[in-house]
Design a protein around this ligand. Sequence first.
Ligand SMILES: [Zn+2]
Length: 331
Amino acid sequence: MRCSIDLDRPGKREGYVQLNHSNNRHAYGVIPLPIGVIAGDTGPTALLTAGNHGDEYEGIVILQRLFHVLEPDQVHGRIIFMPSLNLPAVREYQRTSPLDGANMNRVFGDPALSGPTREIATFVEETLISQADFAIDLHSGGKMCEFSPCGFIYGVGDKEHLQNKIRAAHHFGAKYTVVVEGSSGSLSAAGERAGIVMLSAELGGGRIQRENIEIGYTGTTNTLAGWGLLADSPRETRTTFLRSGFAGSSVMSPIAGAFEPLTNVGQAVHTGEVVGRIHSLDALDQPPVTVCAESAGIVVGQRAQAHILRGDFLLHLGEEVEESELLKPLN
Ligand SMILES: [Zn+2]
């Protein structure tokens, strides 16, 4: 893939990474993925990405806004922007790529995979992450899910690396930061392979919410400041860490129907608490089925669409974890 701009020289430039793809819609042209760079004096390199999933526009709004207000004389080092990473999916407002059906956040790091989505991931990992010191990948729940606005870090690596990620999560400053083991196919996993300090975020979802944009925008700029990339000193913000993936942390729907949520994201629930009701779509003789939390926790994410099938997720829960616990590596 060819990048139309010089990423090294000082200054502010925007252009395209050219994805070659030939099908009925794109016969002989390229799909131009937007890329920008703001480079000031010497310093580290940060990569900022959004649109990894094509129906998550919060990060696109944040990175577009930041690119247009930030100037090279405010930057120590270099910030590379790719706000619509999986542009084919972003253009269609779909989570996965319409070109090959791939979920971009599952195709990093596997040389056996091929296709346009994998091609973008390879460019990001081999050309951008390889020259970055830091990265932030902005997500949300897209059309399907609403997250309590939160940071995400992988709870892996040695103590110093974990401390760097914990510090970044505090500077991002969302109320909660979820610590996960992670998967090998994500952009965050690519960051881990390269040994860079990497943070992702889930900034709401369902619909764009102004407060989530502000959390993501101030979180991104404050994290950049904490990494020494901006002239301003970072504000000393704090986050509370949550762990997910424990037994009962995912609440699934037992039947198909209409989901009536009885919780809000960010709230605490106790074991056995009724968190939702499922109503029949096609009969009046069946009472609603109540759904209970099998474990206590904070509602990190909740289904945003009412139409559900048996097995669809309704809620994701997180449980609070002390920072000292995080420094005991998972792997
Ligand atoms: Zn996402």
